[in-house]
Design a protein around this ligand. Structure first.
Ligand code: PLP
Length: 409
C-alpha cells in the first residue's frame, strides 16, 4: 500500500542522524572475539573495556533479595533516595549536595545522554578532549548538539592531554559552546589530569559560563598511590560542574548491572528527572539495590592493585615491540599504543596498513589479537589495549602481536 505522498524512499526509513551511526566499537569487539572463539580460533582479547572475575556476593545478593521481596514496582524516577544518598557518600559530596542533586540512570551512558538533552539546544557546540570516548559523539549528535574535539597544538602533545590554552583557543572560535566534557581518567589513553590541570580547565569553563562535565567513571582506578583529583566545588563552580560516574568499571563484573549516576546543579537535575520520568521512569529497582550494596561499603582496593600489577606486566612484556610506542598508564585499565610507525607498511598478504583500523584488522586476522582501533576515538595511528584480561592473555597476546608486527615490511 502506498501512503499519501507516495511510497517511502528506502533511504528515509531511518533518520539522517541515526542512519550514520556505527555500532559501539567495544560491543562490536566483544562480538568479534566470541565469533572467533566459537570457530575454535585463538583469541587474545585486549578489546573490551570490562573488568573480569567474580561478582562480589553482597552485590549479587542485594539484587536477588530485591526480587524475592517484591521490590519490582515503579520507583522514584530520580532513583532510590537511599542510593542517591549513598552516591553522595561514595563521591565524598555529602557536605556539598543533597539527594535533589543526584539522578540514578541506566549506566553512565544514560547520564551523559540526559545531560546533552537537558542543557543543549540544537546546534550548540559541545567540546570534548583530544581522544573522546566512542559514544560521546553519537550521544551528543542524538541530542542535536555539535561535537567538537579540542586538540593539543601541534608539537605540544602530552600523551594527548589538552592544556588550558587549547580550551581557550576553541572557546574563542566557538561562542556557542555549551559545555566541555572531560573524562578523567581518560578512556582510551589511560592518562590522568592532575589537580592543577583540572582546576585550570574548570576555571576557564566558569569564566565562559559553560558547563564542565566530568566523566569520572574510572576514578577509583588510579595507580601508584596517587589520589584522585576532585574538582573544586564552591558557589562559583557548583553552577557549572556536573559529575558523571557509575558502577561499571570500579568493581568486578558490574558493567551489565547498568547503573550510573550524575551529580550536579538542582535546575539541571530537575530537568533530567523530568525527562527520565517520561522515557525510562528510572532504572530497574532490583539493580539499584545491587548498586547500593556495592557503594555503601568501604571500597575494596583489590581490583585496583590487581590492575596495577597487570599494567606493569603489560608494560614489561610490550617493551621493545616493533613499531610500537607504549605510554605510561597512571590510571584506568587501558594502554594507548602509538602505532604510527606501522602506517605505510605492508602485510605478507600484500595489503598496506593505511590506518589503525587496518592494523587492528591485521592483528586479529593473523594473530587473534583483538585491540581497539584509535580511529574509533578520533586518534588514528593508535591502538587501545585493555589490560583487564587474564595474565596469560597479556603474555600470550603480546607475544602473538610481536609476531604479527614482525611480519610487516
Ligand atoms: N564513559 C566512559 C569514559 C566509558 O568508558 C564508558 C563505558 O565504557 C561509559 C562512560 C559508559 O558507562 P556505562 O557502561 O556505565 O554506561
Amino acid at each position: 500500500m502506498a501512503w499519501i505522498g507516495g511510497p517511502m524512499n528506502e533511504c528515509d526509513r531511518i533518520s539522517a542522524k541515526l542512519g550514520k551511526f556505527r555500532p559501539s566499537l567495544t560491543l562490536e569487539l566483544k562480538r568479534l572475539a566470541s565469533e572467533r572463539q566459537q570457530l575454535g580460533l585463538q583469541v587474545f582479547d585486549f578489546g573490551l573495556g570490562e573488568t573480569k572475575g567474580e561478582l562480589a556476593p553482597h552485590i549479587r545478593e542485594a539484587g536477588e533479595r530485591a526480587y524475592r521481596e517484591g521490590q519490582t514496582m515503579y520507583g522514584d524516577p530520580a532513583g532510590l533516595p537511599e542510593l542517591r544518598q549513598a552516591v553522595l557518600d561514595w563521591l565524598g559530596l555529602a557536605g556539598e549536595y543533597t539527594t535533589e542533586n543526584v539522578v540514578i540512570t541506566a549506566g553512565a551512558k544514560q547520564s551523559l545522554f540526559n545531560i546533552f538533552l537537558a542543557v543543549c539546544n540544537p546546534a550548540d557546540v559541545v567540546l570534548f578532549d583530544a581522544a573522546p570516548w566512542v559514544s560521546y559523539q553519537p550521544l551528543a549528535t542524538s541530542a542535536y548538539a555539535s561535537p567538537v574535539m579540542v586538540l593539543p597544538r601541534a608539537g605540544t602533545e602530552n600523551h594527548l592531554k589538552i592544556c588550558p590554552e587549547d580550551l581557550r583557543r576553541n572557546l574563542k572560535m566557538r561562542p556557542h559552546a555549551k559545555l566541555f566534557l572531560l573524562n578523567n581518567p581518560v578512556n582510551p589513553t589511560g592518562q590522568l589530569y592532575e589537580a592543577e590541570e583540572l582546576e585550570a580547565l574548570l576555571q576557564i569553563c566558569v569564566e565562559h559560563q559553560i558547563y564542565f562535565i566530568l566523566d569520572r567513571l574510572y576514578w577509583r582506578l588510579v595507580f601508584d598511590g596517587h589520589e584522585y583529583p576532585d574538582p573544586r566545588l564552591d558557589a562559583e563552580t557548583k553552577r557549572w560542574v556536573i559529575q558523571v560516574d557509575g558502577l561499571s568499571k570500579n568493581f568486578r563484573r558490574t558493567g551489565g548491572i547498568r547503573i550510573g549516576w550524575s551529580v550536579g546543579p538542582s535546575d539541571v537535575t530537575r530537568a533530567m528527572v523530568n525527562l527520565q520520568s517520561h522515557y525510562t521512569a528510572g532504572p530497574a529497582v532490583p539493580t539499584q539495590h545491587s548498586a547500593l550494596a556495592a557503594i555503601r561499603n568501604a571500597y575494596d582496593p583489590e581490583l585496583r592493585s590487581d590492575l596495577q600489577r597487570k599494567r606493569d606486566l603489560l608494560q614489561s612484556e610490550a617493551k621493545a615491540l616493533p613499531y610500537v610506542g607504549v605510554w605510561p598508564t597512571p590510571a584506568s585499565f587501558y594502554s594507548f599504543w602509538d602505532v604510527r610507525a606501522t602506517l605505510g607498511k605492508r602485510t605478507p598478504e600484500g595489503s598496506t596498513i593505511c590506518t589503525s583500523d587496518d592494523l587492528a584488522w591485521h592483528l586479529i586476522q593473523s594473530a587473534g589479537v583483538v585491540t581497539g582501533s584509535g580511529a574509533a576515538f578520533m586518534q588514528d595511528g593508535f591502538l587501545r589495549i585493555s589490560f583487564a584480561t587474564p595474565d596469560e592473555q597479556i603474555v600470550g597476546g603480546v607475544c602473538a602481536a610481536r609476531a604479527a608486527l614482525e611480519q610487516l615490511q
